[in-house]
Design a protein around this ligand. Structure first.
Ligand code: ABU
Length: 536
C-alpha cells in the first residue's frame, strides 16, 4: 500500500522500504544523493534556499512513520506498550539514545528517533487502552493538532491569532448554551487541563467576593472555606494551596456509597465551618467523579448554595461530554445553575490532548480578576476591537492553541456525532457491567448500573474465591490488582488502572472514552485479567 505520494523527483518506494520499521534500508538510501537523508541535516531543510525537495522528503518519511503508528494503534493484535524500566530507556536501546549530542545528527537518525519515540511509548489510541479518562485518537482532531503546530502561534492577542480567537469565542458560546446559560451570560477560556480550569474557578469565585485580594493578597481577607466531596478531584485542594488559602481550608463533604455528595452533609459542613469562624464562599460539585464516575446531585447542591449565597462550581471535566447526548444529559440537571463549569473535551469527547475549558457565567469577571494590561502586548490603542486580545483574562501569558482541533472535529461530526460517540462509550460500560454481573471470578465495587463509563471491580483469583470477608481477605485482595497490572504492562496486551478508595482495597477502574472499543475488546480485557491473575 502506498501511503503518500509527492510530486517531483521524490519517488514512492515500496511500503516495506519506506517505513523505517519495515526494512533495514534507511529512508532515502539509494535515492538521488541530494535527497539521501543519511547525508543531510536540518540545516539543509527550508528556509535554506533550494531546500524544498528535502523538506518534502523529510516530511514524507515522517508522515509514513506516523501513519504506520496510527495503523498499528488500530490493530488489536499489536501491543499497547513495549515496556521498559526507566533505567533501561536511560541506558539506551537498540540505537535509541536520550543523550543530547554536541554535533548535529543526520535527518535519517532524526527519523529513527521519531520512530523509536513512538515505539517505546504507549498507544493510547488502541481500542484496548482503558487506563485513562482520555483515550482514542480522533484523526480529524489529529489533523487539527498538526495544523495548529504548523501555524505555531500564540493565543494571547488577536493580532497574532485572529482566526483561532474567533473560533475560541464560537466554541465557548456553544458550550455555554449547551450548559444552559442564556445569550447574555457566559465567559471563559481554554486552558491547560481540568486542574487549572478548577483553579480558575476558585480564583474567580474568590475575586468575586473579595476583589481586594488582587492587590492586597490574603492578609486582607477573612479565613475562607471551600467545600468539595470526598470523591472529588484533588485539584480543588491543590487550588486552595496554590492560591494561598491552604489545603486545610477545603472542607471535605461525605458521599453516599455510590460516590455522590450528600447535600444535607454539605449543609451541615457549611454550618460547622461558620461555627469555627470560617467564611464559606465556594462549593465544588462533581459531574462525573474520577474513579466512580458519580454525578453529585446538582439541583440540591445549587439550592444549598443559593441559601448560603455561595459560588457553585461544577467540575464536569469528565462528565461534561454527557451534555452532548440526548440520552444522558439529564444526569447533569442543575448544571445551568452553576457560576462556573470545568469541561474537558479531551476526555469523553475524544479531542486530542489537551483541550479543557473553564466557563464562567458572569461576563467580565475573568478579565477583571486577571488583567494587568502589560503595554508591550495589550496596547489599548490598537486599530481593532481589543476585546479579542483575550490573553489578559488568563494567568498565563503565552497560550497554546487548543481550540482548533475541537472546532474542526465539531465541523466533521456535528453535535450529533459527539452524542453518538458518547452513547457508544456508555453502552460499552453497560456491557462490561453485565458481563461482570454474570461472572463468579469478578466482583463489582457497587451493584448499581454505571451512570458514566466508569466500571469498578475486583478480580477474585481462585485462591480467594469463597473466603469469608474480613481483614485477611482484604489484605490479600489488595495485592491482586497491582500484581496483575505489573504483568499486563510487561505483556502490553491491554491496560487498565487500579486504586484503593476509602475502605475499598485496590480495585480495577475501567473507563471508556475511545469509540473504537468494541464488545470483543471488553471480553478480551476480562479474559486477560483472568489469565494474568489465575495463579495468584
Ligand atoms: N483527572 C485527570 C485524569 C485522570 C485519569 O485519566 O485517570
Amino acid at each position: 500500500m502506498e501511503y503518500l505520494k509527492l510530486p517531483g523527483e521524490i519517488r514512492v518506494e515500496d511500503k516495506e522500504d519506506r517505513i523505517l520499521g519495515g526494512s533495514n534500508k534507511p529512508p532515502g538510501a539509494g535515492d538521488n544523493p541530494h535527497t539521501d537523508l543519511s547525508r543531510v541535516y536540518s540545516k539543509d531543510l527550508l528556509p535554506t534556499a533550494g531546500g524544498e525537495s528535502l523538506t518534502c522528503k523529510f516530511f514524507q518519511e515522517l508522515v509514513n512513520i506516523l501513519l504506520d503508528y496510527i495503523f498499528k494503534s488500530n490493530e488489536r493484535s499489536s501491543k499497547i506498550l513495549d515496556f521498559h524500566h526507566p533505567h533501561q530507556l536511560k541506558e539506551g536501546l537498540e540505537g535509541f539514545s536520550l543523550d543530547l549530542p554536541d554535533h548535529p545528527e543526520p535527518l535519517e537518525q532524526i527519523l529513527v528517533d521519531c520512530r523509536d519515540t513512538l515505539k517505546y511509548g504507549v498507544k493510547t489510541g488502541h481500542p484496548r487502552f482503558f487506563n485513562q479518562l482520555s483515550s482514542g485518537l480522533d484523526l480529524v482532531g489529529l489533523a487539527g493538532q498538526w495544523l495548529t503546530a504548523t501555524a505555531n502561534t500564540n493565543m494571547f492577542t488577536y493580532e497574532v491569532s485572529p482566526v483561532f480567537l474567533l473560533m475560541e469565542e464560537v466554541l465557548l458560546k456553544k458550550m455555554q448554551s449547551i450548559v444552559g446559560w442564556c445569550e447574555e451570560e457566559g465567559d471563559g477560556i481554554f486552558c491547560p487541563g481540568g486542574a487549572l480550569s478548577n483553579l480558575y474557578s476558585v480564583l474567580v469565585a474568590r475575586y468575586d467576593s473579595y476583589p481586594e485580594v488582587k492587590t492586597k493578597g490574603m492578609c486582607a481577607l477573612p479565613r475562607l472555606a471551600l467545600f468539595t466531596s470526598e470523591h472529588s478531584h484533588y485539584s480543588v485542594r491543590k487550588a486552595a494551596a496554590v492560591l494561598g488559602m491552604g489545603s486545610d481550608s477545603v472542607q471535605v463533604v461525605p458521599c453516599d456509597e455510590r460516590g455522590k455528595m450528600i447535600s444535607r452533609e454539605l449543609e451541615s459542613s457549611i454550618a460547622e465551618a461558620k461555627a469555627k469562624g470560617l467564611v464559606p464562599f465556594y462549593v465544588n460539585a462533581t459531574a462525573g467523579t474520577t474513579v466512580y464516575g458519580a454525578f453529585d446531585p446538582l439541583t440540591a447542591i445549587a439550592d444549598v448554595c443559593d441559601r448560603h449565597q455561595l459560588w457553585l462550581h461544577v467540575d464536569a471535566a469528565w462528565g461534561g461530554g454527557l451534555l452532548m447526548s440526548r440520552r444522558h444529559r439529564g444526569k447533569l440537571q442543575g448544571i445551568e445553575r452553576a457560576s462556573s463549569v470545568t469541561w474537558n473535551p479531551h476526555k469523553l469527547m475524544g479531542a486530542p490532548l489537551q483541550c479543557s475549558a473553564i466557563l464562567i457565567k458572569k461576563r467580565g469577571l475573568l478579565q477583571e480578576c486577571n488583567q494587568l494590561c502589560a503595554e508591550y502586548l495589550f496596547q489599548s490603542d490598537k486599530h481593532y476591537d481589543i476585546s479579542y486580545d483575550t490573553g489578559d483574562k488568563t494567568i498565563q501569558c503565552g497560550r497554546h492553541v487548543d481550540v482548533f482541533k475541537l472546532w474542526l472535529m465539531w465541523k466533521a461530526k456535528g453535535s450529533e456525532g459527539f452524542g453518538s460517540q458518547v452513547n457508544k462509550c456508555l453502552e460499552n460500560a453497560e456491557y462490561l457491567f453485565e458481563q461482570l454481573q454474570r461472572r463468579a471470578d469478578f466482583k463489582l465495587v457497587f451493584e448499581s448500573k454505571p451512570e458514566h463509563s466508569n466500571v469498578c471491580f475486583w478480580y477474585l483469583p481462585p485462591s480467594l474465591r469463597g473466603l469469608p470477608p474480613g481483614p485477611d481477605t482484604n489484605r490479600r485482595l489488595h495485592e491482586v490488582a497491582p500484581q496483575i497490572k505489573a504483568k499486563m504492562m510487561e505483556e502490553g496486551t491491554t491496560l487498565i488502572g487500579y486504586q484503593p478508595l476509602g475502605s475499598n482495597v485496590n480495585f480495577f477502574r475501567c473507563v471508556f472514552s475511545n469509540p473504537a472499543t468494541q464488545h470483543e475488546d471488553v471480553d478480551f480485557l476480562l479474559e486477560e485479567i483472568a489469565r494474568l491473575g489465575s495463579n495468584l
